[in-house]
Design a protein around this ligand. Sequence first.
Ligand SMILES: *Cc1c(COP(=O)(O)O)cnc(C)c1O
Length: 415
Amino acid sequence: MQTPHKQKVAFLDLKAQFSDIQKEVLQGVQEVCESAEFVLGSETNAFEQAFSAYIFQDPESNSDSASADLEQALMQRIFTQSAESTKCVGVGNGTDALEIAITALELEPKSEIIIPANTYFACAEAVLNAGMKPVIVDCEEDGSFCPKDSMVSARTRAILCVHLYGVVQNLSAFEEFAMTHNLRLIEDCAQAHGARDELGRMAGSVGDVACFSFYPGKNLGCYGDGGAVLSKHPEIVQKAREIANHGQKFSNLICEKNNHIRLGRNSRLDSIQAKILHIKLESLERHNAHRARCARVYGNELSHLDFLKIPDVFSQSVWHLFVIECCGAASQKRDSLLEFLKEYSIECGVHYPYALSEIPALANHPDVIIHESPNAQSRARRIISLPIGEHLDFSQIEYIAQVMKEFAKTLQPDL
Ligand SMILES: *Cc1c(COP(=O)(O)O)cnc(C)c1O
């Protein structure tokens, strides 16, 4: 076989995405600038309403079309205009969303919150910064998170279910676990915008409280930092809104200035970001559908390579990352494969190179409880995130597959 002809494959291409929606976005930004309502304005409320309607839509309306969802979001906005019905609070970023959500649960200080070892650092950070103790537990061999009785102590009060890579975890199992042990269920949906579980329920609509990040590289990203806290419980939404705004009282979405009823902080989604997110929400389902097609092409192209474990390409409704695992002859060769792909100008990532249980800032922290995490640690050494996104075309995936086949030759030189 001929060696593949080099071509650049970007991991992420936010410039291409912008050029598609440039006119609409710039006009939206101009409108916000002209209104001069930069913070706590109507644009933020409008996005909160739309995102709330989107996440808390009827599970039965399992539509494939973006326009139907949008129409529904719009109808919901028109017919449930009462501001009180918004189940979403825009905040400064996804990490703040986690911290504010945890604070809004009003657990006793130093309560234990169970979190998986294979997630982003921010999860542990948010638990600690909210004055709680993260209990870092192992994932399964395939990276999924299954709650187990052995993770619970007398001080456990909550569990953080992270829908990592867009994989919606078994929410029914989490609900039952939370019920059995009287725990609050927190969902981290920073990688799962628009993802549904096997019952058609949206990630973020099931737990007591859910957190989203709108960091530019997420499936729904703004042009800076942004995040949101969502909850089906109005009192949690209300508390989160107050915490994010210096503890000031809100009545009907209006901030009572200088009426500080509790300690809070300043963490807000500004109007320009909200406007951009509102515009981009329209293309979320279309972009997610393209990512799902990419995953299926990866499945076709890579499934016969026995040195790679690839995810089940039909099991997921949303893909944030396409994460493969080096196994067999390549199980110790992850870094060489990364290097090989880089030589062929294919940009990849590792999410994440360390399990939380092996990060010294956490492992040495007096308030962190660590359970042995062999699965998470071994995965951290073997995983690679391949490019996926609305910028990718299928020929690029074929190219990546060709390069993988070249790499296979280095594993078995006599073939
Ligand atoms: C991105 C991310 C966060 C943090 O969000 P920021 O907006 O970057 O603060 C938290 N959890 C997960 C799983 C993430 O992917």
